[in-house]
Design a protein around this ligand. Structure first.
Ligand code: PBG
Length: 335
């Protein structure tokens, strides 16, 4: 056979740049770094409590003393930030534990800022872990049955965020999906002398089945109905952009998309449209799926975890909230 000389037949050869690890490193477009990681932690009352969460291997409900140990270990592995969720001693219809000055998250923030001042402490601002009915706000009889009352809930969310800022939280992160919550929180923080406390809003948060295992970890499953009248319909992408735009107008400094792998298109659109620091939450169900398949040796846990987070980075995420943060930080050091 008489092939033409290469010069006359210039075939594109992408494989040229894939030949060696050094070449692949040189042309790599996206990287993972421990600075991007946020570790979610669950705090509960008591001492020396370390209660495993069934559907989330490696995740525990921790008393404050144990939380300090866990956070210190995360920090020495290279993790830069934690995201706190609280399980109160008592729940009631108005979620009072969420905004109590001596509430469980407030205690945990004070302890963390005292013992580990360099670790960034982000607090989840929501009522669902604190309400007896498990919904993210106050209930009322609406036109379509019992549901969360938007505006009365705003006051309680703002009080919650303020109590977190007073305890020393570095960033507050409202996850309730009420309309106007970012404005209510911003206004309250500014009025009370916390104009410098940033808000990371769960701006595009979908009513996702991937949150199942979290509701065991946070004991926050709704006692009736679901969250579809406040969290977004997973079918909607344009609406996610409108939600993010509103939160930014209201004063959000960072925005979050949640869940992660099921929302990479949203991550990409949000980052490209708004160019704000954009976080993605690799949620409990994503973690559970990887852990379960890895436990059966059906997948390689490390490779799948890193590839998933890299995909979120490639889509545009700057900040990665993941239950695997400590493992990831360790793996990145080794590689
Ligand atoms: C609270 C909240 C939830 C999650 C984060 N904040 C649960 C929910 O909305 O039902 C889910 C996190 C996860 O699944 O890992 N509103």
């Amino acid at each position: 056979m008489n092939w033409p000389a290469p010069a006359a037949f210039p075939v594109a050869r992408p494989r040229r740049l894939r030949q060696s690890p050094a070449l692949r490193r040189l042309v790599r477009e996206t990287r993972l770094h421990p600075d991007q990681l946020v570790l979610p932690l669950f705090v509960r009352p008591g001492r020396k409590v370390r209660q495993a969460v069934g559907a989330m291997p490696g995740v525990f409900q921790l008393s404050v003393d144990e939380l300090l140990k866990e956070a210190a270990a995360a920090q020495s592995a290279g993790v830069n930030a934690v995201l706190l969720f609280g399980l109160p001693a008592k729940k009631d219809a108005a979620g009072k534990g969420a905004y109590a000055k001596t509430g469980i998250v407030q205690q945990a923030v004070r302890a963390l800022k005292k013992e580990l001042p360099g670790l960034l402490v982000i607090t989840d601002v929501c009522l669902c872990e604190y309400t007896s009915h498990g919904h993210c706000g106050l209930l009322h009889d609406g036109a379509h049955g019992k549901t969360v009352a938007n505006d009365p809930t705003l006051k309680l969310l703002a009080r919650t965020a303020l109590s977190h800022a007073e305890a020393g939280a570095d960033i507050v992160a409202p996850s309730d999906m009420m309309d106007g919550r970012v404005a209510a929180i911003r206004w309250t923080l500014d009025e009370e002398g916390f104009a410098d406390t940033p808000i990371m809003s769960y701006a595009a948060k979908f009513a996702s089945a991937f949150y199942g295992p979290f509701r065991e970890a946070a004991d926050s499953a709704p006692k009736f109905g679901d969250r579809r009248s406040y969290q977004m319909d997973p079918a909607n992408g344009d609406e996610a952009l409108r939600e993010v735009a509103l939160d930014i107008e209201e004063g959000a400094d960072l925005v979050m998309v949640k869940p992660g792998l099921a929302c990479l298109d949203i991550v990409q659109r949000v980052k490209q449209t708004f160019r704000l620091p954009t976080a993605v939450y690799a949620v409990s169900g994503e973690h559970a799926m990887i852990k379960a398949a890895a436990a059966k040796s059906w997948i390689d846990e490390r490779a799948v975890t890193l590839e998933s987070l890299l995909a979120m980075r490639r889509a545009g995420a700057d900040i990665l909230i993941t239950y695997a943060a400590v493992d990831v930080a360790k793996w990145l050091k080794e590689s």
